[in-house]
Design a protein around this ligand. Structure first.
Ligand SMILES: [Zn+2]
Length: 121
């Protein structure tokens, strides 16, 4: 740790999940309809947007990544609601005296079209 500890931190999160059959497609806590009826594969609900935001928040404070707090090896997190996990991460950073100022995210996907859902996200 350096002597200088900035009062403003920036984190960068990244996540990727593959699309599979028989899974819900949940992005940012919103259940979307995929034209080929595909959803994101993962141990939790695989909400890729919430996961990347969690990683950015944790990374900004050097607190590790989501795997440290919600390991996929733990059945407790099977099909977990990622918005709930995000709320736990926010609680963690607030306990450390920090507040979120701004979140900017990039979502990369060909389908479904995200624009009609942006207001929900
Ligand atoms: Zn993820």
């Amino acid at each position: 740790m350096t002597k200088y500890s900035p009062q403003f931190r920036i984190g960068n999160g990244y996540d990727i999940h593959r699309l599979v059959e028989d899974r819900d497609l949940i992005i940012g806590g919103v259940k979307l309809h995929h034209p080929e009826k595909l959803g994101l594969d993962g141990h939790s609900d695989a909400d890729v947007l919430s996961h990347s935001i969690m990683d950015a928040l944790l990374g900004a404070l050097s607190l590790g990544d989501i795997g440290k707090y919600f390991p996929p090896s733990d059945e407790k997190w099977k099909n977990a609601d990622s918005l709930f996990l995000l709320s736990k991460v926010i609680d963690l950073i607030r306990q450390d005296g920090w507040e979120i100022n701004n979140i900017d995210s990039v979502l990369v996907a060909e389908r479904p079209k995200i624009m009609p859902h942006i207001i929900k996200l």
